[in-house]
Structures are given as C-alpha cells and as structure tokens.
Design a protein around this ligand. Sequence first.
Ligand code: HEC
Length: 194
Amino acid sequence: MRNLFVKSDLILGFTFVCAIVIFVRGVTPTEVFSAHVSATGAIYLPKDFRFTMVHLGSWFVPQGEASGFHDVYTEAGTAEVYRKTGEFPDGATLVKELRGGQTGNYTTGANVAYAVDTVKQWFVMIKDTQNRFPENPLWGDGWGWALFKPGEPLKNVATNYRVDCLGCHIPAKANDWVYIEAYPTLKPRVGDHR
Ligand code: HEC
C-alpha cells in the first residue's frame, strides 16, 4: 500500500515537472540563440572579448573622427565555420573596437604607428539567419547591428541600422556586408598547423 503511494507521488511529480517544462518552452517568445542578445533582440557588448575571441584583423585609419586602430574579433568557432563554408553561422558575433593611435620612432623604423589605451567605441554585428526580430529596427539584412560607447556596455546607442550602419557597408554587400579582405584568419591557409 505504502509503495503504491510512493509510486503515484513520483508519477505526479514527474508529470508536474514535464508540464512546467512544456509551459516555459511554449511561452518563451524567441529561443535565445546568442549569449549577447536578449529574448526581445537587445544586443550587449560581449564581455572580455579580447580574451575569449580571436583577432580577425585590424584597420588603421590615418585621420578623421574614426582615426586610429580598428581591431576586429569573432568567436574561434565562427572562424572555423567560415573557413569551411565561406559563410557566417547563425549567432556569429563580430566586434570592432576603435582605439586611438600614436606614432613614434623605434628600432624597427621611423613613425611606427601603435594603438593606445583610449577606446573610442565598439561596433557589434550578430548573425541572424532566421530573421528573428522583423519589427526591431536594429535587425535586418541577416544581422543585428549595435554601437556601444565606453562605460555603457549594455546600451546600444544605434537606433536604426538602415540609417546608422547599412549605407557605409554597401561596398561589402557581396560579402554579407562584412569587409572580409582584412580578415586573413577567415581564409584557409597552406601550412596551418595546431
Ligand atoms: C562611416 C561609415 C560606416 C558606418 C556609419 C558604419 N560602418 Fe561599420 N565599417 C565601416 C568600414 C569602412 C569598415 C571596415 C574598415 C574600417 O573599419 O575602417 C567597417 C567595419 C565594421 C565591422 C567589422 C566587420 C566588418 O564588417 O568588416 C563591424 C562589426 C561594423 N563595421 C559594424 C557597424 C555597425 C553595427 C554600424 C552601425 C551602428 C556601422 N558599422 C556603421 C564603415 C562604417
């Protein structure tokens, strides 16, 4: 008799847990596909990306508002997939960090340019192959688009990617809006070994 009760309690408990799992999965509006994106499409600056991501390449802009070094990062796994398929996988993250630059004379030569500690801003793109946030003006053309200022890693200051980002990325449209020519890490290289 006692055994029977224990059994039915177990069955009841199991059914309850299943019901909760089904309920929670059912009401979650969007499956979370990136650690840097909320369920409603808010994008956050990836934490500690300089330690957790691979460096894809750098640009040096000699003058103007964007002058200095533009260092670009992505996940190691994303680089691996891109090398094999030539495409950015769903959830891929691209981070571009803008730093001020200096020049100096070194034992390597005169006017050697190097990056200094002043970060100007960070640009972030998150690959979305599913068009998850059609109503959100920061998502479209296969990506989520974001801009962060120093001290505010949770606040995307871009408001509309078509206005704030897309126009300047048109020259890279054929490469999924990414200026891949500066990212040799994405290309399989002869003689690579690990
Ligand atoms: C003034 C033109 C301009 C604007 C505005 C602009 N970009 Fe870019 N972006 C570029 C160029 C050019 C590059 C590559 C060369 C460089 O950094 O100088 C680039 C590179 C990037 C990269 C590195 C990966 C890649 O595409 O090569 C990211 C990430 C990025 N931009 C995101 C954004 C986002 C997000 C916005 C809007 C919030 C934005 N950009 C607005 C011109 C622009």
